[in-house]
Design a protein around this ligand. Structure first.
Ligand code: ADP
Length: 266
């Protein structure tokens, strides 16, 4: 029997889960939309993770939670550790990128810049007030333009002439998108402009705390290559990502559960 450690990251938009083994390698993962129901989303994520390890002789001996519904779901699962997103992302990201110094995390409803030293978060800046630099703004504009959010970034990269979407606030940025549509601006240029606008909000936040290499982007929006490219241009730093970056918070929670279980051993 292999020991497994569960980590769940319950965000307002998505719920992520991983199981790691005794070597701290990810052996199962699941990403689902939270859809306003964090407990149901978490149950579905756990069910999917269990399905992935079924028959593999994995015994789940510890669980950790993070994300906005971490306490609620932590109580439901009997988690041994409950950690805030900043700590969990710092630990999860450092596990995959040991040299990381700056984490850019653009999630569904906020964006954060986390400064890391030796695997520990030492400073951060966060934007929770305005949706203009977040994944939900990208999702709502993708929906308005009739495009899947998963394809949004690649479409932006086909344009060389971003439309001017300069407003700092979602409501005004949205009306700029509508006015560009009425001027019959090329759709991919509007999409490129939206990406530049989100990237400039996040770059402004990053400059407040300072950007040091290695820069790693996490959160669901790290899967959007258009945003990664726009941020690289605006920050003047190369940004590392991986297909697993949206699991970094869940991985951090699982690693805390692993450490807690080790400490308990006689
Ligand atoms: P939360 O803040 O709830 O933790 P995430 O970090 O998963 O949520 O961010 C959700 C956002 O990530 C979505 O609104 C969407 O813009 C973006 N996103 C998620 N998956 C993808 C994908 N495959 N391609 C592009 N964008 C994605």
């Amino acid at each position: 029997m292999t020991k497994g450690y569960l980590g769940i990251d319950i965000g307002s938009i998505s719920t992520k889960g991983v199981i790691i083994d005794e070597n701290r390698a990810i052996i199962a993962r699941s990403y689902l939309w939270t859809e306003g129901n964090p407990t149901e989303a978490s149950k579905n994520v756990v069910r999917e993770l269990e399905r992935q390890v079924e028959g593999a002789g994995v015994d789940i001996v510890g669980a950790g939670t993070t994300g906005s519904a971490r306490r609620l779901v932590g109580a439901m699962l009997g988690a041994s550790v409950i950690k805030n997103e900043i700590t969990a992302h710092a630990v999860g990201t450092t596990h995959l990128h040991p040299d990381v110094r700056t984490i850019l995390e653009i999630g569904g409803q906020d964006s954060k810049i986390i400064c890391v030293s030796d695997g520990i978060a030492v400073d951060y800046a966060m934007n929770t007030l305005c949706a203009a630099g977040t994944g939900s703004f990208l999702s709502s504009q993708a929906h308005r333009l009739g495009v899947e959010v998963e394809e949004f970034g690649d479409i932006a990269l086909t344009s060389t002439k971003p439309a001017n979407i300069a407003a700092r606030c979602t409501v005004f940025a949205e009306s700029e998108v509508i006015s560009q549509l009425s001027m019959e601006t090329n759709k991919c240029d509007i999409i490129n402009g939206i990406h530049h606008s989100v990237a400039s909000r996040v770059a402004g936040l990053a400059h407040r705390v300072g950007v040091r290499d290695q820069v790693v982007m996490t959160g669901g929006v790290a899967q959007n290559h258009g945003i990664v490219k726009a941020l690289e241009n605006q920050l003047g730093h190369e940004i590392s990502t991986s297909p697993l970056t949206q699991y970094n918070g869940a991985l951090g929670a699982a690693l805390f559960a692993y450490q807690k279980a080790l400490k308990k051993q006689p």
